[in-house]
Write a protein that binds this ligand. Structure first.
Ligand code: PLP
Length: 388
C-alpha cells in the first residue's frame, strides 16, 4: 500500500465541494467535470506504462479489468485454447483464470500451463519461458504473466516473451500490479496486447484505488472483438440518447463499463501529478541505486546466507523496488519485531519478508537504519536460539 499524497485530501475535498454546491451539475460544471474525469489521467498514465494516451484508461479494479480483457482477448478455439501463466501467481489472477476457463467449458488441468522455476531455484529463467511458449505452439491462445512477480520480485522480459507469444500465434497480457510506477515499461513498443494494473501500490492512490488498463492500438480496428459493454464505453456524444446498439468509443475508453468513481479518481490524480513532476526515468534511476544499496547491506549482515537468502534476481534490470528475503528459520519472529518498530515490510508464507524501498519517498538513510535494526534483531534472534 503506497503512502498518501499530501494533495489527496485537497483533490477529494474539491469533489465533495462541487457535489455539495453543484449537485448533478457537477457532471458538466465541476472544476474537473465528472463526465470527462477519466481523460485527465490519460497523459501521465500513458507515460508511466509506455503507451499512447488512447491506449490507456483508468477504470474499475484490477481483477475486473482482467476479466474484461479476457472477454476480448481470450477466445479459445478447438485447437488453440491453452494459457501459459506463472505457477503461484497472485491468487486473484489464479481465480480469474480458473473461472474464465470454466466459463468456456474447459478443463483447468488441460488448458492451464504453469511455469515453475527449476528445482532449487526461485525465479523463472527467460529461456525456459520462451521454450515453453515454443513447445506449446499452435495450442497456445494466451500468455498471462505478472510484469513483476509479486512474491519473488522478478521483472519478466516483457519484450521477448511478447515476441515469442506472437510468433506462436498467441496473444500476450500482463498483470502490472507490482510493475506500474515501479519499473520502466514500454507496452506499446513491446507490442503487448493488453495489460491491467491497480493503483494502490506504487501509484499511491489509496485503498481500493481506481485501476487501469492498456489495450494496444492494433486491436482498435477489429470491430468484431467481443466485449462486455456499458454506457461509459459508448460513443460520448450519443451516451445520453439511450438508444439500442452499443458503439464503442475508439481506444481503451471503449472498454469502460460504468461511470467514473470520482473520489477514487481524485486521489489517483493527486498522485499522478507527483509522478508527472518526478518522471519515471528519475524514479527508476534512484530505485536501482536504493535497492542495490539495500542488497549490499543485507549481504553484509549475512554473507554466508546462514539466516536468509535473497530470492529476487541480483540483476537490477530483472527487478524493481523489491527484495524478497527467504528466512531459513522462523522469519515470522523477525517480521513481528520489525512491525513492532513501525517498519512496514510484508510477510508471505512460508518464510518470506518482502522489502520495498520506494524511491519516491524512502531515503538511503532509512535503508541504512533498517539494515542496522535487522542486523540487531538477527543477533538477538541467534542468542534466543542458542539459549533455547
Ligand atoms: C499481482 C496482483 N494481482 C491482482 C491483485 C488483486 O487486485 P484487485 O483486488 O485490486 O482486483 C493484486 C493485489 O494485491 C496483486 O498483487
Amino acid at each position: 500500500m503506497g503512502l498518501q499524497p499530501k494533495k489527496a485530501l485537497t483533490f477529494i475535498k474539491q469533489e465533495l465541494k462541487d457535489w455539495e454546491t453543484l449537485g448533478v451539475n457537477g457532471h458538466e460544471h465541476a472544476q474537473r467535470p465528472w463526465l470527462y474525469y477519466h481523460k485527465l489521467s490519460k497523459g501521465i498514465l500513458a507515460k508511466i506504462v509506455g503507451a499512447k494516451p488512447v491506449e490507456v484508461v483508468a477504470m474499475n479494479q484490477l481483477t475486473i479489468n482482467l476479466h474484461l480483457m479476457m472477454v476480448s482477448f481470450y477466445r479459445p478455439k478447438k485447437q488453440r485454447y491453452k494459457i501459459i501463466t506463472e505457477a503461484g501467481a497472485f491468487s486473484s489472477d489464479q481465480y480469474a483464470l480458473e473461472s474464465q476457463l470454466k466459463f468456456h467449458g474447459l478443463d483447468l488441468d488441460d488448458a492451464l500451463i504453469e511455469l515453475k522455476p527449476r528445482d532449487g531455484e526461485y525465479t523463472l529463467r527467460t529461456d525456459d519461458i520462451l521454450q515453453t511458449i515454443e513447445r506449446t505452439g499452435s495450442a497456445l491462445a494466451l500468455i498471462l504473466l505478472g510484469g513483476v512477480q509479486y512474491y519473488t520480485g522478478q521483472f519478466f522480459d516483457i519484450k521477448n516473451i511478447t515476441a515469442a507469444g506472437h510468433k506462436a500465434g498467441a496473444l500476450v497480457g500482463f498483470d502490472l500490479a507490482h510493475a506500474v510506477g515501479n519499473v520502466t515499461l514500454q507496452l506499446h513498443n513491446d507490442n503487448v496486447d493488453f495489460a491491467v494494473w491497480c493503483s494502490y501500490k506504487y501509484l499511491n492512490s489509496g485503498p481500493g484505488g481506481i485501476a487501469g488498463a492498456f489495450i494496444h492500438e492494433q486491436h482498435f480496428e477489429n470491430k468484431d472483438l467481443p466485449r462486455f459493454a456499458g454506457w461509459w464505453g459508448h460513443e460520448e456524444q450519443a451516451r445520453f440518447e439511450m438508444k439500442k446498439g452499443f458503439k464503442p468509443i475508439e481506444g481503451a475508453d471503449g472498454w469502460q463499463v460504468s461511470n467514473v468513481p470520482i473520489f477514487q479518481a481524485a486521489a489517483h490524480l493527486a498522485s499522478l501529478e507527483i509522478f508527472k513532476r518526478a518522471g519515471m526515468n528519475s524514479l527508476r534511476k534512484k530505485s536501482m541505486l536504493l535497492t542495490g544499496y539495500l542488497e549490499y547491506l543485507l549481504k553484509q549482515i549475512d554473507p554466508e546466507e546462514k539466516h536468509f537468502k535473497i530470492i529476487t534476481p541480483p540483476n537490477p534490470e530483472e527487478r524493481g523496488a523489491q527484495l524478497s528475503i527467504f528466512f531459513n528459520n522462523d522469519g515470522k519472529r523477525i517480521f513481528n519485531a520489525l512491525s513492532r518498530q513501525n517498519i512496514f515490510v510484508d510477510w508471505r508464507n512460508p518464510n518470506v519478508i518482502r522489502l520495498a524501498p520506494v524511491p519516491l519517498y524512502n531515503t538511503f538513510q532509512e535503508v541504512f537504519r533498517f539494515s542496522k535494526i535487522l542486523q540487531s534483531l538477527i543477533r538477538n534472534y541467534k542468542r534466543i536460539e542458542s539459549v533455547s
